[in-house]
Every structure is written in structure tokens, then in C-alpha cells.
Design a protein around this ligand. Sequence first.
Ligand SMILES: [Ca+2]
Ligand SMILES: [Ca+2]
Length: 238
Amino acid sequence: MKDYDAAQTRERTGSSNLDRPPRSGGYSAGADGNGKAVSLDRMKKIRSLVVLPALAATLLMASVGSARADEFFCSSFPGGVVTVDVNANLVVDRDCTIAAGSLVNGNIEQGDEGADWNITVQLGADINGNIDEYGGGSVNVTVGPENVFDDSIFERGDGHVTVRVQDGGLYNGNIEESGRGNVLIRVQGTGHFNGNSYEKDAGNMRSTGSGSYNGSTQEEGSGTCVNLIEDFDGSPCE
Ligand SMILES: [Ca+2]
Ligand SMILES: [Ca+2]
């Protein structure tokens, strides 16, 4: 298990989203901190990422109270549904949903304790960090058009990992699933999955859809491995 300490969080937070991989298609106006050209819409979003998270963090700190500045708890949000931008780690202490329009600029982590909580990233949310789930719950991620999931999913114990990348979306990271459960990846249209997927113990590994997958798929233990995705570039079913 990786060590996600506060310093790492601050480093990640400090880097904002400017180091995300560029998407295909127009980056024509202006430039970000790394000298990359960015679109006007992107610039507006970057500005909002600078201003809104600070406001959100301030409001959250006021409402959460005891939460440290470098982490917030899912239970602090009504129904466990995150509807704001969070520039910190998010601790999973109940079923947790990242709603459309939200950004988590940090890790979403359950740690090695807790119950069978599910983690859901809805269509329209951006994630810039790992998801680390432990116990009997599952991880469900939908990456919508113009959205990015940048980092990896670690799912442990019983439960599945389901990733859906819609047309124009980008999943940039790995999946590692262990215990009883499947890995299902579906990528559509110009959506792209860039990373490696590793399914262990009982369960199946499957990639489908009309999109593209660049990386490896690996299945270990009882189960099947199939890649039905239209454009697969890498090492299938090692
Ligand atoms: Ca699990
Ligand atoms: Ca499994």
C-alpha cells in the first residue's frame, strides 16, 4: 500500500491540475504554468480551480470543524455526496459519491479499516488522485466527455471495479483489483484508457467498447480475461 502523506498531498495540491495530460484537440489560447498551450475554456476552468477550491475549503473547514486541512471525510457531506471541489485527500468513512461537476484534487482512500463501503465517481466529475478501497465495497467510475481520471484505482477485499469512459473522456492510470470481484472497463468512441489493469483472485477481467485501450490486462487466479474493446494496443491477458 502506498504511503499518501500530507506532504504528498500538499505537493499534489500545489501542482493543481496543470500537469494533467493534454487532451487531443484544441489547446490554442494562452499557456499554463508549464508552458503548455491551453484553450480559453480550459483557462476559465483553471482559474476556477484556483479560486473555487479555496472558497470550498474555507466553507468546508467551517462546517467540518475537526477535519484536518489536508483531508476531509465523506461523512461530512450530506448523504456522502461530494458536490464541491476538494483540494485535499478524501477519507472514505461511508458510501461515498463524487458528483458531477466536482473535482477531487487528492486521494480518495478508505485505508485498512471500515465496512463494505462503495466509492462512486459520477459522470462529469474529475479526479486527480488515487482511489484506494478496502473491504467488501466496489468502485464505480464514469469518466465523461472532457473529464479526466488521472491516477489509479486499488480495490481490495470483495467487490468490483467498473470503469466507463465515455466519448472524449480520458482514464490515465492503472487498476489493481484483489479478492473476489471483477474488473470491467468500457470505453466508448474517442474515449481512451491509458494504463494497466490487474485482476487477482476470483473474478473476471474484461475490456469492451468502441474506444481505445493502451496498456496491459492481466488476470490471476480463477476467472476469465477477454479484451473485446475495438482498439487495444498493448499486452492483452498476460
Ligand atoms: Ca472491495
Ligand atoms: Ca478478483
